[in-house]
Design a protein around this ligand. Structure first.
Ligand code: GRF
Length: 203
């Protein structure tokens, strides 16, 4: 399976995927890592692993749709079968999302459908939840709203801060995301979007 990833930040989830591939646990090739932030740690992690990278600045484009067309054009031309959003923090234009439906996944730090969007750890604490978690879902036009395919759970301990939850949850994300990519790579998991994707299995 050829995969491209988009990331806006540190890139620890990307690093977990790369490590899984290097250990022989994940039968994938990385075609491209793209970002909307030239300073994203993910770009350095990708470059160190010999993966092509691209960073585009949204401010250089007149509209969101223009930016997305440019960035996702690079992703498409890289030949990726699957797109992994690994901490990509921008909303993607609906027409672009539609073109990738069934072939793009996102990792989100909450037990979806709880806490779509930002500040998930804070919202979990404010709600007094006794557990927290992370979800991997197929990407649809609805922000963090596509079909959930796997989740990891952690307990919330008394006195936990946002940083505590983020740190403990990240450990789980780093297992969860490679597991889902592995399931897609081996053909155990696919989302059939009907006629558009007939004859285009993810494997
Ligand atoms: C992760 O918690 C991910 O779930 C969220 O943003 C964070 C990205 O971390 N969407 P990293 O860049 O992979 O280290």
């Amino acid at each position: 399976l050829r995969i491209a990833a988009l990331a806006s930040g540190r890139g620890s989830n990307l690093a977990a995927l790369i490590a899984a591939r290097e250990d022989g646990r994940l039968p994938v090739e990385f075609t491209l890592v793209g970002s909307d932030k030239a300073q994203a740690g993910a770009l350095g992690i990708a470059a160190a692993a010999g993966i092509p990278t691209i960073a585009l600045n949204p401010k250089d484009y007149p509209t969101r749709a223009d930016f997305d067309a440019a960035l996702f054009g690079h992703v498409a031309r890289s030949g990726a079968d699957l797109l992994v959003l690994a901490g990509y923090m921008r909303i993607v234009d609906a027409s672009i999302v539609a073109a990738w439906e069934g072939r793009a996944i996102n990792v989100h730090p909450s037990l979806l459908p709880k806490y779509r969007g930002l500040h998930t750890h804070r919202r979990c604490l404010e709600a007094g939840d006794v557990e927290h978690g992370a979800s991997v879902h197929f990407v649809t036009a609805e922000l963090d709203g596509g079909p959930v395919v796997a989740q990891a759970r952690i307990p919330v301990h008394p006195g936990d801060t946002e940083a505590d939850l983020a740190e403990r949850l990240l450990v789980e994300e780093h297992l969860l995301l490679p597991a889902v990519v592995g399931a897609i790579a081996s053909g155990r998991l696919r989302w059939d979007r009907g006629p558009v994707f007939d004859g285009m299995p993810l494997t």
